[in-house]
Design a protein around this ligand. Structure first.
Ligand code: SF4
Length: 70
C-alpha cells in the first residue's frame, strides 16, 4: 500500500512542482547519480533496488531509499 501512495505522491509532486520539493529532489539526485543501483532504461533513470523512476521517487516522502542513503 505504501508503494502505491509513494507513486501517487511522487507523480503529483512532479506535475505540481514546488520549491521545497525541488530542493529535496536536487539534494537526493546528488546521492543517486553515483549510486551503483541507479539504472537507465529507455533514457529514464530508475532505482534498481525498488524499480521506481527517480523523477518521482525523489519527489515523495512516503518511502525512503532502500539502502538508507537518504
Ligand atoms: S534510491 Fe537509493 S538505492 Fe536507489 S539509486 Fe538512489 S541512492 Fe541508490
Amino acid at each position: 500500500m505504501s508503494n502505491i501512495l509513494a507513486i501517487i505522491e511522487g507523480h503529483k509532486n512532479l506535475i505540481f512542482q514546488d520549491e521545497e520539493t525541488e530542493i529535496k529532489y536536487q539534494q537526493r539526485i546528488l546521492i543517486c547519480n553515483p549510486c551503483e543501483s541507479r539504472k537507465s532504461d529507455l533514457n529514464i533513470d530508475i532505482c534498481g533496488e525498488c524499480g521506481c523512476p527517480l523523477a518521482t521517487l525523489l519527489r515523495q516522502d512516503v518511502k525512503h531509499c532502500n539502502l538508507g542513503k537518504w
